[in-house]
Design a protein around this ligand. Sequence first.
Ligand code: NAD
Length: 492
Amino acid sequence: MEDYRDRIQGLLQGKESMLIRGEWAKSRSGQCLSTDNPATEEKLCEVSLASEEDVELAVDAAARAFPGWRQVDPFERAQRVSALANALRQHAEDFALLDAIDSGNPLTAMKGDVLMTAGIMDYFAALAGELKGQILPGKPGMLHTVFQEPYGVVVRIIPFNHPIFFAACKIAAPLVAGNTVILKPAEQTPLSALEMGKYVKEFFPPGVVNIVTGDGPITGSALVRHPKTRRIALTGGVDTGRAVLKLAAEGGIKNVTLELGGKNPMIVFPDADMEKAVESAVVGMNFHWCQGQSCGSTSRLFLHKKIHDEFLDRLIQRTGRIRIGLPLDSRTEMGCLVSKDQYDKTFRYIELGKKEGAKLVAGGSRPEGEIFSKGYFVKPTIFDRVEMSMRIAREEIFGPVLSVLVWEDYEEVVEKANSVDYGLTASVWSRDLRLAYQTAERLEAGYLWINGSSRHFLGVPFGGFKQSGIGREESVEELLSYTQVKAVNTAL
Ligand code: NAD
């Protein structure tokens, strides 16, 4: 394994400061948060915990920068977003290193995240021409014109599981649309967003992008509640989503979109291509890449009775081949969970699953070996004979725990798949495409795969039904969601 120590030490320099109005500044209150390496349980460094006063400064900076930024030619705004994307590509290894030590995700996977992020930013840059208006028919002598205008100050609050991915690609659409942005990374993984600040400073006028670090209760709440933040977008848990809706209402009438959690079903029919479906069940659970800490994970696997035994055998074997290791080792496919909280929560659910009567058929423990003597490592875990009455089947664990349920009756499996409060993703496996489509039509989810899982496709709107959220991203809908419609009726 390569020795990255010196390079990491260099990258950690200056991370106690936030980017506000184009300047690096520590929190006015002097309060800090510690960020740790979850693979070693060692402290990496401290970052600022932004207080209400810091939030006030960031909002003021973003509000002052807005009139100038909205006047910039949209194609120039797009070029600047692409310039930032290129900087990410050029420094991909730095970003990946920071994410790997901060989140516990494998370095190789994080390099993939950086490149994917840059691609998404370019996609939004290329959509600048979609910020077009309309001329509508009307009475003679009248001209009805419709414009898409930016909101002003946008707040983007993001989670820990894909740090640079969320930090960078989630500011692209609001910026191209002419808004100014305040980005708040997750408290567990603030480093790569701060690193991005170096390049933000180079490509954007002061105040157009502000990066504030902090927690939810103080920093996040103050941003959402502030009367001058006009548009809020959260990617996070359902409870946070509910809190954000309330807090936003305290500050005024705001446009809020929410990308929240999931407890997503994968339904496998007896005629499915078993080899591919087994692979898809593993990839869909996101065991590798982020250790099951993904909103889109297909964590409820409904196997038809006829294929259950063989499928499960193959699944256990395939899962057993996943290489768990230290995040910085380039051979590692599965790293560790982001924090002690996530680790403890995962083991609480593993114990609960056993108590509830599910059958533990894989994992359920830490991996063995000297290198795992520290760190929040959990083996890929599979429970069989899970029932929908069990909490492990109903609640989002956000860890590497897969629940397998057996089915025989079609109506029953559709009803069970829909019987949770979430509705983010779903997967259907069958060679009979008509049946698969009919099933997809009946599933209450916003993003579905037929004979697939996990992959996102640029331009295809991503988002949830029910408690999984409001709004759609990764598509033209996301860009337009950062605009409001203005209609001008002119008597000629
Ligand atoms: P979280 O909800 O705890 O935190 C997300 C962000 O919200 C963090 O930056 C946090 O500081 C902030 N926050 C917390 N409380 C807040 C408050 N009261 N006001 C304002 N901001 C607040 O989520 P997490 O643990 O970081 O991430 C896991 C969750 O995110 C899971 O539920 C997962 O499914 C979800 N998620 C959803 C998507 C999606 O696209 N739908 C993607 C990734 C993760």
